[in-house]
Ligand binder design. Structure first.
Ligand SMILES: *Cc1c(COP(=O)(O)O)cnc(C)c1O
Length: 389
């Protein structure tokens, strides 16, 4: 099917890569649960499909959809967010190269660069990417090959200026990569702001239902120094691809991303406002609050503030643990971005791996992934948990 014009975000999310099945007219294309493909004579491939590590139509459909929703040229789908990150870093970096990374990124990203790539001689500097001077100072001309940005950051919800960082990276000859997992392309379009590569844990908002683990890379331009071709080769040769069924679930989730993000944002705003000013709460970290230091920038580079809210409890680590164990509707679990609300204690859960590093998370922080349940029920749960402190 052709989309008139380029289509709006929701139209692309629903239709890109999702042409109906020509043999039956089935509106939803079949899930191609196959590992291999019959050849019409040796080397006679149908549409290039040879073996499912190299390509599978259900994965192709997801990859087209991913490129369309991020406004990029090419999408690649992987078995997890970290698999996607690793494929990109392995493609781009060599021993001795240097990475500048935010000090408040997903703990697993920091661990991947520090421990896996570090073991092969890749060096890194950890800085606050919301402070452009720190980023400029950390860049080693000629050696810094990647500038890794996560905004809003995890879990402190700092906002970094993507357009300004893209400029700094371009001048330094470093690849500017934005992890867009927290905002999702429904609320933030890093490629339009100058980023060269967008990374996702599709496990989170894109999948959206906490039922599939996956990751993605989306490239701004197809011919970027052969970057797409080389990363596609890494995907094929190292093999961390998504399965057809995982790709199907992710595609299914993406179709409702736009409406889900609207509701996530509304619910999170209401919860952030309720928490504000409560005596047990020292700070509410949510970019939708005018008091948030990144509010004006977020209002400029995002079209909504998203579903993630972090709370800095006045009673420190003990109060944070107690709050995280007191909610009922907000279930205590790692991960985020699903329709159901979750509460997480980063310093012992998602960010336990960065304890003792510059990316360590304060013990007083609790992170909420605000779901799309009825907001009154969510507010009541927050109230009863606060009352127990
Ligand atoms: C979860 C997450 C990742 C890692 O993705 P996996 O799918 O768990 O491998 C990367 N970045 C962010 C921001 C995340 O939340």
């Amino acid at each position: 099917m052709t989309i008139p014009g380029n289509g709006g975000f929701d139209t692309r999310a629903i239709h890109a890569g999702q042409a109906f099945d020509p043999t039956t007219g089935a509106v939803i294309p079949p899930v191609h649960l196959t590992s291999t493909y019959v050849q019409d004579g040796i080397g006679g491939l149908r549409n290039g499909y040879e073996y499912s590590r190299g390509g599978n139509p259900t994965r192709t459909a997801l990859e087209s959809q991913l490129a369309a929703i991020e406004g990029g040229a090419v999408g690649l789908s992987f078995a997890s967010g970290l698999a996607a990150e690793d494929a990109l870093l392995r493609t781009v970096l060599a021993p001795g190269d240097h990475v500048v990374i935010g000090n408040d990124v997903y703990g697993g990203t920091h661990r991947l660069i520090r421990r896996i790539h570090g073991a092969w001689g890749v060096r890194h500097s950890t800085v606050d990417t919301s402070d452009l001077d720190q980023v400029r100072a950390a860049i080693e001309p000629g050696a810094t090959k990647v500038l890794w940005v996560e905004t809003p950051s995890n879990p402190l919800m700092k906002i970094s200026d993507i357009a300004a960082l893209a400029e700094i990276g371009r001048e330094a000859g470093a690849l500017v990569v934005v992890d867009n997992t927290f905002a999702s392309p429904a609320l933030q379009q890093p490629i339009a702001l100058g980023a060269q590569v967008v990374v996702h844990s599709t496990t989170k908002y894109l999948g959206g239902h906490s039922d599939v683990v996956g990751g993605a890379l989306v490239f701004a331009a197809a011919g970027d120094d052969d970057l797409v071709e080389r990363t596609t080769f890494t995907q094929f040769a190292a093999g961390a691809v998504s399965s057809p069924f995982d790709a199907f679930l992710t595609t299914r989730g993406i179709k409702t991303l736009g409406v889900r993000m609207q509701r996530h944002s509304e619910n999170a705003q209401a919860i952030a406002e309720r928490l504000l000013g409560h005596p047990a709460v020292a700070r509410v970290l949510y970019p939708g609050l005018p008091s948030h230091p990144g509010h004006a920038l977020a209002a400029r580079q995002m079209s909504g503030f998203g579903g993630m809210v972090s709370i800095d409890l006045a009673g420190g680590g003990a109060a944070a643990r107690r709050f995280a164990e007191s909610t009922e509707l907000f279930q205590l679990a790692e991960s985020l971005g699903g329709v159901e609300s979750l509460v997480n204690y980063p310093s012992e859960m998602t960010h336990a791996s960065v304890k003792g590093t510059p990316a360590e998370v304060p013990e007083s922080i609790v992170r909420l992934s605000v779901g799309i349940e009825d907001v009154g029920d969510l507010l009541a749960d927050i109230d009863q948990a606060l009352a127990r402190l």
